[in-house]
Design a protein around this ligand. Structure first.
Ligand SMILES: [Zn+2]
Length: 395
């Protein structure tokens, strides 16, 4: 009975071992190359003695294999363990990628500590302790550096050294969540080194050279807590598929903007700026049109005062209100009725007639609601068409 031999011999995929203990579906072996869930790396998959493994976990330093069914073998039998190659290889690549990413972060972040790590089927996350703000440019640089470390084919090695020595080596990053695996022996710690790039205390399984990681695709960043930056990435098919999706989108956007991929950002900024300018210009023109229309309402005399009463279509109540205030000085009372399925009314008054009273009169007659001050009021949801309201208000 022992710790897993997986971290020391990560390429072992099949082995024979003597059964040490069987308790229902739970089996321990005299020695095992299965990796138990821990430190952010998921448990291995595979079979023992032909029976599928559902889970592998470490219990007080002992590796317990939980099988899908009670085994026929018994204590003392020799059995063959077969580790699921695809899944373990994925985990090794993903795990080593997290070290390569940490090495990349060393080049960008002012202060850096290890905040956590997790591998799932689709993606990997690494939490960095740093006060550096990770903006888009920093994230892109992380992606560039980690992929450069892969291309540079850096050797990955591991060794056990005294804890005291490891603590003195400033470059060593400690993944606190794997301490159980890291400090396999109380006096020793396992250091995983990417040659010239990263040094981390870690009990997981790793590839022997960064070139085995393959392309690394950075997904994004988030802030899981104070002083923490979470970076999510993928390796393998998920990474390749994601890259293809992003590239297709980028090419599409570049074509739409008559740009190239390389100057897509600039083209998008220009398009946004042009749109902002055009929106402002359009708003200004619409306002001018609206004021002209309101000013063009026929002036009628009612109770000795000059009223302009008319209707408009195609404008929002708030815009009509602003325009009404702007042309109010020309007459004593200006009434604009908005044509829509539920007409609205805007009243601007110089003060001799209460705008609020006019709106109240109309809503009393036709339904709807509204209100305002003596000089400006609005109503909406009127239960008739605009023409009837205009007729009602004209003397
Ligand atoms: Zn590791």
């Amino acid at each position: 009975m022992s710790n897993s031999l997986a971290p020391a011999h990560p390429t072992m995929r099949a082995f024979d071992a003597t059964v040490a203990h069987v308790d229902g579906r739970e089996v321990t072996l005299e020695e095992t190359y299965f990796y138990p869930e821990g430190g952010g790396q998921p448990a291995d998959r595979g079979v023992i003695g032909g029976v599928d493994i559902e889970h592998v976990r470490s219990v007080e330093g002992e590796v317990v294999h939980e099988l899908a069914a009670e085994p026929e073998f018994a204590v003392g039998d020799e059995v063959t363990g077969v580790i699921d190659d695809d899944f373990r290889t994925y985990c090794m690549r993903a795990h080593t990628a997290s070290h390569a990413l940490y090495g990349a972060a060393r080049h960008i972040f002012d202060d850096l500590g290890y905040g956590g790590f997790d591998i799932s089927n689709e993606k990997v996350r690494v939490d960095f302790e740093t006060s550096t703000t990770v903006d888009d440019d920093a994230l892109a640089e992380l992606g560039r550096l980690v992929n450069r470390a892969v291309w540079d084919s850096r050797e990955v090695s591991w060794e056990e050294i005294p804890v005291s020595e490891a603590r003195e080596r400033e470059e060593v990053a400690f993944n606190v969540k794997t301490e159980e695996g890291v400090f396999a022996d109380e006096d020793e710690v396992r250091i995983v080194t990417i040659d010239g790039w990263d040094w981390g205390a870690c009990g997981g399984t790793h590839v022997a050279n960064t070139i085995e990681i393959g392309p690394v695709e950075i997904y994004g960043r988030s802030n899981p807590g104070e002083g923490l930056t979470r970076v999510e990435f993928a390796v393998g098919p998920s990474a390749i598929d994601h890259r293809a999706t992003v590239e297709a989108q980028a090419r599409n956007a570049a074509a739409t903007l008559d740009s190239s991929l390389e100057s897509l950002g600039e083209a998008a900024t220009d398009a946004r700026s042009t749109r902002t300018d055009l929106e402002a210009e359009l708003a200004s023109l619409k306002s001018d049109v609206l004021k002209t229309r309101l000013a063009g309402f026929e002036t009628v005399e009612r109770d000795g005062l000059a009223w302009k009463i008319g209707s408009v279509s195609g404008f929002e109540a708030n815009d009509v209100g602003e325009a009404a205030k702007a042309v109010r000085d020309d007459v004593d009372v200006l009434v604009a009725v908005g044509e829509s399925s539920a007409p609205f009314i805007v009243v601007a008054s110089a003060g001799d007639v209460s705008a609020g009273d006019v709106v109240a009169d109309v809503t009393d007659e036709f339904g709807g609601g509204g209100g305002g001050s003596p000089t400006f009021a609005q109503g909406g949801g009127l239960g008739t068409d605009a023409a009837e309201i205009v007729t009602y208000l004209r003397p």
